[in-house]
Design a protein around this ligand. Structure first.
Ligand code: OKP
Ligand code: ZN
Length: 341
């Protein structure tokens, strides 16, 4: 297992997250990547490399280029407007409103946001690029003929849509990895999202495409973020018809229920004809995750890796969520061990 990690994740270190009516210290913080890296070293993972210096080329094939240009410049525009706090969207184009991008930075940030939980700071864009570079470098490890890579992406990516940030995500790392696999010769790939939260961004990127199968196992959006996407009847459109699969599950879902959804998703990935899997790995399905409601235990993450490995495909894993508790490192290491078992 090659591990790809960049110190530049530390450039994203926000002070604020709008949560429960207050500005709190963000759940998605630098300690997460540090704890995961330490646990991997502890578990004996030794092949740890920095990412290659990719630009936006691949990202521009899955995101709206104007959105990426916005991300690159939002902080300087926010500062130029005279604002001293972190950049938080507070006004949104909702039902029956114009989809024009306002010139005003407060309007523009609202246009490109899908949630107000994600404050933009100096360095957030640079960290998001470093995170994306880990994913592309991981995909290229598979393109070179290897079976497993782990991109220790931070910030995460699966809530980032074609032209939307939020849910702690800016650039859809897993989606960019999938595009990179296709650009280097794969005909069909799958993104398998096992984060507790629905991969609404990834679904958005590929909803009309027939070359990427997307599957997400997550807390029922009737009860959990991102609330407005992730229902079972969303199955893709146009050329993508049948190539999106959602597995919403209720509060307190345990491994024996969760794993039957995983088995179904893996069977469909095989039937689809995917040549590789991009695993969007969140470990916020853990029973003690502070913002989630599933009941997976640390040993379940080994089984998870084993089941995914049994599909027999190359797997590039991209880090998504998992918060608060020290076990996030162990749980990631367990998935990777299960993959290689
Ligand atoms: C990002 B990832 C919890 C507040 C929700 C957004 C969660 C983003 C999760 N009730 N805030 O999918 O782990
Ligand atoms: Zn999550």
């Amino acid at each position: 297992m090659r591990v790809i990690y960049s110190e530049d994740h530390k450039l994203r270190d926000a002070r604020t997250e709008l949560y429960a009516g207050q500005l709190v210290t963000p759940f998605e913080a630098p300690f997460r990547a540090e704890w995961i890296l330490a646990a991997l070293k502890e578990a004996g993972f030794r092949d740890i490399v920095a990412p290659d210096a990719h630009g936006q080329e691949t990202a521009r094939k899955v995101h709206d280029p104007a959105y990426l240009d916005f991300l690159a410049t939002v902080w300087e525009r926010w500062v130029a407007a005279g604002f001293t706090g972190e950049a938080i969207a507070n006004s949104f184009p909702v039902r029956r409103t114009s989809q024009r991008v306002p010139d005003n930075i407060v309007g523009a940030i609202g246009h490109y946001a899908n949630a107000a939980d994600t404050s933009i700071t100096k360095g957030s864009y640079e960290a998001a690029i470093a995170s994306m570079r880990c994913a592309v470098t991981g995909a290229d490890w598979l393109n070179a003929g290897n079976r497993f890579a782990f991109a220790l992406c931070r910030p995460p990516g699966h809530h980032a849509g074609i032209d939307l940030f939020g849910g702690y995500c800016f650039i859809n790392n897993s989606g960019v990895a999938a595009q990179r696999l296709l650009d280097r010769g794969a005909q069909k790939v799958a993104v398998l999202d096992v984060d507790f939260h629905h991969g609404n961004g990834t679904q958005d990127l590929f909803y009309h495409r027939g070359d990427v199968f997307t599957a997400s196992l997550h807390g029922d959006p009737m009860h959990a973020f991102p609330y407005f996407l992730g229902h079972a009847d969303e199955q893709g459109e146009g050329e993508g018809t049948g190539a999106n699969r959602n597995y919403p599950m209720p509060p307190h879902t345990p491994w024996h229920v969760w794993s039957s959804a995983l088995a179904d998703a893996l069977a469909r990935i095989k039937t689809f004809g995917a040549e590789a899997i991009v695993l969007a790995l969140g470990v916020d399905t853990f029973e003690r995750d502070p913002i989630s409601f599933f009941q997976l235990k640390s040993e379940d993450f080994i089984r998870m890796g084993e089941m995914i490995s049994a599909a027999g495909l190359p797997v590039v894993t991209c880090m998504e969520g998992g918060y608060g508790v020290p076990e996030i490192g162990l749980n990631v290491a367990n998935v990777l061990k299960g993959l290689e078992a």
